[in-house]
Write a protein that binds this ligand. Structure first.
Ligand SMILES: Nc1nc2c(ncn2[C@@H]2O[C@H](COP(=O)(O)OP(=O)(O)OP(=O)(O)O)[C@@H](O)[C@H]2O)c(=O)[nH]1
Ligand SMILES: [Mg+2]
Length: 303
């Protein structure tokens, strides 16, 4: 008896969901390394990030996206458009719904967007995330509510933090990919440029401990990454943090610069691990007034 080996599959899966649903944390868990920053603040992710899962039978390219929401600023509108454009280009969509939150208007808004944008051309898998935060009864209740919310190709409960069912999510997503060869070289985990990863690590560190509107008002740009003169073991990394108001600048810097120093220390660890070398991190804070609503400034900041 002969058996033909299963076909090799490859393609793209897009993760969508409301802000804070756990998309980036799940992306990192699936990839097995940190490709996207995460935080307890909503709208942490601001651009699409590709994370690549290498398996013997498949290559799964995950596209992590900003949380979908009713936009209140020009930035919000641009992020929603970005997500909608991404949706139509992938082989399967993973809609993340956190188990610890009741299904609300935000989720219904996304379900409607998916139905309208995809018109059943692309399968949508519902992922119930953060299952470690709820008991069995609550999870069952949530799974039933998710089932009633739309027409899903599959429903999978998963916990990225509890490391439960992550492989099952990969299996289900892979099952919806077309047959095809690898799309990325072996070992490549993301196609993010280093400068973007560096800026994101600084933003992640700066998001820690800030509240209210400040997370939304924060943008980070890397000006340069240069080897220190006469040294081959040290890089100078110069970074600008932008906020929208002088009062926010004062908060980010902290008394006598104490907060900014903490941000620097925290970010430096991640950046040194990423670049594999020692760095000197030079952080500057600037006010870019109301940049979230200003087309010119948005362009300059890369949106
Ligand atoms: N307990 C628990 N917490 C989780 C899990 N997944 C994510 N979180 C937490 O939920 C918060 C949001 O996670 P993110 O991965 O940044 O969420 P996101 O959907 O990418 O958010 P945006 O980029 O803002 O849209 C973080 O504090 C995570 O640590 C999980 O499986 N279990
Ligand atoms: Mg995210």
């Amino acid at each position: 008896m002969t058996s033909t080996p299963p076909a090799h599959r490859s393609g793209f899966a897009c993760l969508v969901g409301r802000p804070n649903a756990g998309k980036s944390t799940l992306t990192n868990a699936l990839v097995g390394d940190k490709v996207a920053i995460t935080s307890g603040r909503p709208q942490t992710t601001r651009h699409t990030i590709r994370g690549i899962v290498h398996r013997p039978d498949a290559q799964l390219v995950l596209v992590d996206t900003p949380g979908l929401h009713r936009p209140r600023t020009l930035l919000g509108e641009r992020l929603n458009t970005l997500v909608r454009d991404t949706l139509t280009e992938v082989d399967v969509v993973a809609f993340c719904l956190p188990a610890d939150q009741k299904i609300g208007p935000g989720d219904r808004f996304i379900a409607a967007q998916l139905a309208e944008t995809l018109r059943r051309r692309t399968p949508v898998v519902a992922l119930v995330t953060k299952t470690d935060l709820v008991d069995r009864a609550r999870l069952t209740e949530h799974l039933l509510a998710v089932d009633a919310l739309g027409d899903w190709a599959d429903i999978v409960p998963v916990s990225a933090v509890g490391e439960s069912q992550v492989d099952t999510v990969a299996d289900v997503l892979v099952s919806h990919l077309p047959e095809g060869p690898d799309l990325y070289p072996e070992g490549e985990l993301t196609d993010e440029p280093e400068s973007v990863m560096v800026a994101e690590l600084v933003r992640e560190a700066a998001l820690e401990g800030v509240r209210d509107e400040l997370p939304h008002s924060l943008a980070v740009v890397v000006d340069e990454i240069l080897p220190r003169d006469g040294r081959d073991d040290l890089l100078d990394v110069r970074v600008h943090l932008f906020v929208e108001r002088p009062s926010q600048k004062a908060i980010i810097i902290g008394r006598g610069g104490s907060r900014l120093r903490e941000v620097g220390t925290q970010a430096r660890r991640g950046i040194e691990a990423l670049l594999g070398t020692k760095i000197y991190l030079d952080l500057h804070v600037k006010v870019a007034k109301d940049w979230q609503r200003d087309p010119k400034q948005l362009g300059r900041l890369g949106f």
